[in-house]
Ligand binder design. Structure first.
Ligand code: UDP
Length: 493
């Protein structure tokens, strides 16, 4: 099956233009679109990926497609569906291999499965396509289907890969030798960094950086009262004050000492509005490095207990009061991701093994996913309450969570994963940890950041500026229009 997703984008180009600091980006986009539109020859564009919600790609597409439509382009979004869970286990494996992790022993069984499901998906997508259309296929899941359609139909097809490693390993070689036959039929491909382009696509790929939408619910400005309202509506803080908006039908939950999920304000409100807050928000995934981050926070508190009495109050207090928030999607919404549930179970087991006082200082939060809007607003509010936003990924293709937090002036502590290095200029926009699996190194970096407010504020200002210049949706669309126009003209052939 392939579902056509209706446009979920609420802002028009005019809405952005009304905001002075975004107007320049829109004007440049309009000007470039005017020269590129004739080269697109009125073609329809279909983007296809594997999920309408959860993860970076689903985050990007509504803004990209919504604004392309606003420019007058017939842009559409399809989401592939496959009944066989083994298919997604395989594509997750390929995803991990492209990031240099996992078992690269892929044989005929895997090839047969990938081909069979791709054929079904291709048949479903075909019903939406006509000759002349442009198909943009995101990541490995729908890649096989796109390749088959490119062979069968008179369409133009571009493969967009959001993942990658800046190194060639046995694992990455295994993934690309599996995917090569499906990559080659495409007219062109797009990667997030030049280092990610595999040998088989050398000379046939363009680099486009992802972006964020500054007016989406995830990223738009929020007044203090709105932040407080969202946190209260979503169950993340207690309040005795009446609030204009209503409590969300589904609210956040917090992992309790016995490993069950309970209200996020039990056993007590964890002080989002008052305490120094360190946050990581991601999908539950081992590659996101939640566990070593938790261990680092525990190590930081332990050192405080041992040495803190000798420190002056201004160095001791931020560490004493600090809380760690580890947030991710409601596990009930990711039942199709067994590996994600395993990663969450590991976090649960580690949390249950901690001493009660340390447990109270850590909030493992499940964010409601039933409403995309409520989830986005909660992520937005949480990032805005954070003194330090961490992304301790072992590997990361780009890491939109970091772009989102940089946009909100947060001080970032990132790992040196390739995607994060493209965004965070060390000691300008944030700090980079060399080894995301070394709790000691992370604990020292956290301590330094928590104790140095001026440094955090400088990082936050620089980071916001960096996103404004390099990672907003307007320049992203311009890059796409250029690549599509050049592909249609056969310039990459
Ligand atoms: N995200 C979310 N709710 C959650 C957890 C994550 O909306 O509970 C979003 C997050 O804000 C970001 C995206 O999911 O926009 C994750 O993208 P990223 O590029 O960081 O990682 P990916 O999931 O693509 O590996």
């Amino acid at each position: 099956m392939a579902l056509l997703v209706q446009s979920q984008h609420h802002s028009s180009l005019g809405d952005y233009e009304r905001i002075l600091h975004l107007g320049g980006g829109v004007r440049d986009l309009r000007a470039e679109a005017e020269t590129l539109m004739p080269r697109l020859q009125g073609r329809r564009i279909f983007m296809i990926n594997s999920t309408a919600q959860g993860g970076g790609v689903a985050e990007l597409l509504p803004g990209l497609i919504g604004l392309m439509r606003d420019l007058g382009i017939d842009a559409n979004w399809l989401v592939m569906q496959a009944d066989d869970p083994a298919f997604f286990t395989l594509t997750k494996r390929l995803h991990n291999l492209i990031h240099g992790h996992g078992d690269g022993d892929l044989g005929n069984g895997e090839r047969g499965l990938y081909e069979r499901v791709s054929r079904d998906v291709a048949a479903a997508v075909k019903a939406h396509l006509s000759p002349g259309d442009v198909l943009v296929v995101h990541d490995p899941q729908p890649m096989g289907a796109g390749a088959m359609l490119r062979r069968e139909m008179d369409i133009t097809a571009i493969w967009r890969c959001h993942i990658g490693l800046d190194d060639e390993t046995q694992e990455t070689r295994a993934a690309w030798s599996f995917l090569e036959e499906w990559a080659l039929p495409y007219d062109h491909s797009v990667f997030t960094a030049p280092e990610y382009i595999p040998r088989c696509l050398a000379g046939r790929a363009t680099v486009i950086r992802p972006s964020i939408d500054p007016l989406s619910d995830k990223n738009r400005d929020l007044s203090v009262r709105k932040i407080v309202g969202i946190l209260a509506n979503g169950g993340l803080i207690r309040t005795s004050s009446p609030i204009v908006t209503e409590v969300y039908p589904q609210i956040a939950e917090r992992l309790q000492a016995d490993g069950s999920w309970g209200p996020a304000t039990e056993p007590e409100d964890f002080g989002l509005l008052f305490r120094p807050i360190i946050t990581q928000i991601s999908r539950w995934d081992r590659l996101k490095g939640y566990l070593p981050l938790m261990q680092a926070f525990v190590a930081m508190k332990k050192r405080l207990k041992e040495d803190g009495d000798a420190w002056p109050a201004e160095r001791r207090r931020p560490l004493e009061l600090a809380r760690l928030v580890l947030a991710g999607p409601d596990p009930a919404s990711v039942t199709d991701d067994p590996e994600g549930l395993e990663a969450l179970d590991e976090i649960r087991a580690a949390y249950c093994g901690l001493a009660p006082d340390v447990q109270r200082a850590i909030a493992v939060i499940s964010l409601p996913m039933a409403s995309k809007r409520h989830n986005a607003l909660l992520v937005n509010a949480l990032q805005r309450c954070s003194d330090v936003v961490v992304q301790n990924s072992l590997q990361e293709g780009f890491g939109l969570t970091v772009t989102e937090a940089m946009w909100k002036h947060a001080a970032i502590l990132g790992s040196s994963a390739a995607g994060l290095r493209q965004q965070i200029r060390p000691d300008l926009d944030g700090c980079l940890i060399k080894n995301p699996q070394d709790p000691h190194e992370i604990a020292l970096a956290l301590t330094d950041l928590l104790q140095d407010q001026e440094r955090r504020e400088a990082f936050g200002s620089n980071a916001q500026r960096r996103v404004h210049t390099d990672f907003l949706v307007f320049s992203h669309i311009r890059s796409w229009l250029r690549v599509i126009a050049s592909t249609l003209e056969g310039r990459y052939a």
